[in-house]
Design a protein around this ligand. Structure first.
Ligand SMILES: *[C@@H]1O[C@H](CO)[C@@H](O)[C@H](O)[C@H]1NC(C)=O
Ligand SMILES: *[C@@H]1O[C@H](CO)[C@@H](O)[C@H](O)[C@H]1NC(C)=O
Length: 641
């Protein structure tokens, strides 16, 4: 009585709010899922004891950071005996209906037909969710044994057209997995018996208490989903089964190869996450290979697009950090991650800002503090769950040093695959193409000299040099600033302590110095420039003039990458990634930030960089820039007006 009275006292808007809240909490994968997967540290050989030990650490150390799924990777049904391996035949444990079940020797709690029920119970009691990896289709062993198919509606063998159906009736023998030819083959979902088989599998997984299914299908051969022969019948039907189950199960697709957004569009709505690259291991090549594909999926607006009963997320694969094993090995964790700390930072930063699911792969029982702090960095986790407008930021400039000098180039996206860079170069002052500099007066204190393109507007903001703070001009500075009569220090941005340099000892024809260079600001004459009324910018020392020219992006420019996103409180996240093998000073102009964030004006920012703690205390009006080591990254949290 008291209870019902209090319900009446709740106001109508509040009830409405409760209703909305309960509906939205049922949305699957409303943020990118997080958890642990056994593959990177155990390959296929994990035991129940090892799995539960990892789950305990997951629950105690990572659950409150959102890492909630404990996932057993492939072949949990294969007996671990001599001769057994990823492509062996005849070692799988199957039930009378041809369904794989956990190997009771490795998973003692599964004995007496209990499947994963007890393991799932234990995982749930730790406040976690339980996941398994499955292969597409039906096991070859079941086909060879020609097991009958379970009709879950009757509890007996499936009958149709007056006969009992068997594994061989539904198996598509030509559709096997390329690296596991002996393992599984596809099922014909045009047949009632094929559908019944899939229902019997997934209803069993649900009855065990499974919350997350990684579904592996081979996209290399002709049965592939992302390949030329688009065949998504099985995935489509499984997603229908999952919708009908009264248990919320996240559906994760693993096509085992690189995907394109167009092809992924066919499956994103049927799943909650889908791998967009091949397996990622702890090599720099693997990390670097994710930048282009992550960019393409962000550009195609696939991040957080609608998925199975909720959202779906392009998946960059597990994080192979900490203590690991080797791909397809028959052994457990035995070695440390081979990525440098810089490369590891780059990996977790990209994964977070691209909103990839974060599935940690290292052995949790041997997790070191560095790894722990990387995967639980609060800024990264905030970005991963709650940022929006995530995209590659193309207007990045990378100044790569040659000796003490820096070249300068700015990368632009083009419609073609190749990107262009705008490069600062030196030329004769008689060159009519050198006379496109103009003074940009922002206010009394801040002035720039900007390059005006004929094609202005095509790439948006012009390239500008900032007036520097040379030690030689301290007493005449005002004159320089207002009249441009004297010589000037010119900086790529207000905050970069490098000055444009026109040292004549470099031949202008030399390919290295065809680019203008910057070096640490000094009072040397080779850093002094004069601006002329005819639009030229002349080096008083060498007599050469500066101009911008567009060239195809070289490797250096291609290796300067950046991502942008906005936060829940209006902050801007800006990541710089240096994929090159030497350090670079990387910068982004504020006017370009605004371009990447429609509807937003950005005129002045403060903020800090999370890995170094570097702060921008005095509001910057031009650019954000920082020196980034090879393979390293920088991540700014900016508060901008
Ligand atoms: C611009 O003026 C400078 C200084 O008078 C001169 O040396 C240069 O040739 C002129 N350049 C052009 C392209 O008009
Ligand atoms: C200009 O120089 C002064 C004194 O050397 C310094 O305090 C100030 O920060 C400099 N300004 C910039 C924009 O670097």
């Amino acid at each position: 009585m008291k209870l019902s009275l209090s319900i009446y006292l709740i106001s109508l808007p509040f009830l409405f709010f409760l209703l909305i809240a309960s509906v939205s909490s049922q949305e699957h994968a409303s943020t990118p899922p997080r958890g642990w997967n056994s593959y990177d540290s155990y390959s296929w050989i994990i035991s129940e004891e090892e799995f539960l030990q990892n789950a305990v650490v997951l629950s105690q150390a990572l659950r409150d950071k959102g890492y909630e799924y404990a996932v057993v990777d492939y072949l949990w049904y294969r007996r671990k005996v001599p001769g057994a391996g990823p492509d062996s035949l005849g070692f799988d444990v199957i039930d009378e209906w041809g369904r794989v079940i956990p190997d009771p020797d490795r998973w003692p709690l599964s004995k007496d037909g209990k499947g994963f029920t007890e393991v799932a119970n234990k995982v749930h009691s730790m406040g976690l969710k339980f996941g398994i990896h499955v292969m597409r289709g039906i096991s070859t062993q079941a086909v060879n044994a020609n097991t009958p198919i379970l009709d879950t509606t009757t509890g007996r063998a499936y009958e149709e057209s007056g006969r009992v159906w068997h594994a061989q009736d539904i198996a598509l023998k030509e559709q096997t997995c390329s690296w596991m030819q002996n393992g599984f083959m596809s099922v014909n979902t045009d047949l009632g018996a094929g559908k019944a088989f899939l229902r019997s599998l997934y209803q069993q997984y649900a009855s065990w208490g499974v919350d997350f299914i990684v579904y592996y299908f081979d996209a290399v051969k002709n049965d592939c989903v992302f390949g030329a022969d688009l065949n998504i019948n099985e995935i489509t039907y499984i997603s229908e089964i999952l919708k009908e189950l009264n248990r919320p199960i996240l559906y994760s697709l693993s096509p085992g190869t690189k995907a394109t957004p167009d092809l992924a569009k066919a499956v994103s709505g049927l799943s909650n996450m889908y791998r967009i690259t091949g397996d990622d291991w702890d090599t720099w090549t693997d990390v670097a290979a994710h930048f282009d594909v992550a960019r393409d999926f962000a550009a195609a607006k696939m991040i957080g697009s609608s998925g199975l009963m909720g959202k779906s997320w392009p998946d960059l694969d597990m994080l192979p950090l900490g203590y690991l094993t080797d791909p397809a090995a028959n052994e457990g964790p035995h070695r440390k991650c081979r990525l440098t700390i810089q490369e590891q930072r780059t990996q977790v930063t990209l994964w977070s800002i691209a909103k990839s699911p974060l599935m940690f792969g290292g052995d949790l029982r041997n997790m070191d503090d560095t790894t722990f702090s990387l995967i639980t960095n609060p800024t990264l986790l905030e970005i991963n769950s709650y940022s929006s407008n995530n995209a590659e930021f193309p207007y990045i400039s990378g100044s790569s040093p040659s000796g003490r000098k820096l070249g300068w180039s700015r990368r632009y996206p083009t419609s073609t695959e190749e990107s262009e860079v705008e490069t600062l170069s030196l030329t004769s002052c008689k060159d009519p193409k050198a006379s496109r500099w103009l003074v940009n007066e922002l206010d009394q204190d801040l002035e720039q000299i900007c390059w005006k393109e004929n094609t202005e507007g095509r790439h948006g903001e012009p390239f500008c040099l900032s007036l520097g703070n040379s030690s030689t001009k301290s007493d005449q500075g005002i004159t320089y600033r207002s009249q441009y009569q004297g010589a000037l220090h010119l900086l790529p941005s207000e905050d970069m302590r490098f000055c444009l340099d026109a040292s004549p000892k470099y031949k202008i024809t030399s390919s290295e110095f065809a680019r203008g260079s910057f070096s640490p600001c000094t009072a040397n004459a080779n850093q002094m420039w004069k601006f002329h009324g005819n639009g030229t910018l002349i080096s008083s020392y060498s007599g050469l003039c500066a101009k911008m020219k567009k060239v195809k992006a070289n490797a250096d420019a291609a290796g300067a990458r950046s991502w942008i996103a906005t936060g829940r409180s209006g902050e801007i996240f800006l990541a710089f990634f240096n994929l090159n093998s030497n350090a670079m000073t990387m910068s982004a102009l504020l006017s370009d930030l605004a371009k990447a964030l429609p509807g937003r004006t950005v005129s002045s920012c403060t903020g800090s960089e999370i890995w170094t703690g570097a702060k921008i205390d005095r509001p910057t009006q031009y650019a954000v820039s920082i020196s980034v080591q090879s393979h390293d990254c920088a991540l700014y949290v900016l508060n901008c007006r």
